[in-house]
Design a protein around this ligand. Structure first.
Ligand SMILES: Cc1cc2nc3c(=O)[nH]c(=O)nc-3n(C[C@H](O)[C@H](O)[C@H](O)COP(=O)(O)O)c2cc1C
Length: 137
């Protein structure tokens, strides 16, 4: 297994075709545990994760992502966040989910898989994230 410095320097975003091979659910759980082990501001733990490997649900999620990216990936981890006040008027949900995603990207690299953080598509004005969640508004 690679050491942590190798994992950090070898990690790259992958946007090519993925092998048609399922990711073991235990592996998905380990990756999400790595994400949730990340620090969060005032330990408010504002990040929530949903792993999707069901081909029908994956297809529906990918159908919402335009332009398409990573659509042959056999699994997707959706990152949800909740704006929770940490102290006074400070909320750290963006930092929290960024730390969680980074931990997952490194775990994914360590396990020998490829991945890509896809956010620009999801959270911009096209409201793709809303469509992925099934919201009509
Ligand atoms: C906040 C954030 C949002 C990102 N959104 C997207 C995205 O929507 N689509 C995409 O292809 N890559 C996205 N990326 C990946 C970056 O494009 C990528 O990390 C950057 O080009 C550096 O390449 P590397 O990851 O291979 O080192 C995002 C990365 C971050 C940190």
């Amino acid at each position: 297994m690679k050491n942590v410095t190798e994992v950090i320097s070898d990690r790259r975003s992958y946007r090519g075709k993925y092998k048609d091979q399922p990711v073991p659910q235990e592996m998905l759980m380990n990756i999400m545990k790595a994400g949730l082990a990340a620090p969060s501001g005032c330990n408010k733990q504002t990040t929530f994760l949903i792993a999707v490997d069901d081909p029908t649900i994956l297809r529906r999620l990918h159908d919402a992502i335009r332009p398409p990216i990573g659509e042959t990936a056999p699994a997707m981890i959706c990152v949800l966040t909740k704006k929770i006040i940490a102290y006074r008027d400070r909320c750290f949900q963006v930092q929290d989910y960024s730390a969680a995603i980074m931990s997952m990207l490194l775990a994914i690299e360590a396990y020998g898989y490829s991945t890509c953080w896809i956010e620009g598509h999801i959270t911009d004005k096209d409201r793709i994230g809303k469509r992925m969640s099934g919201s009509k508004s």
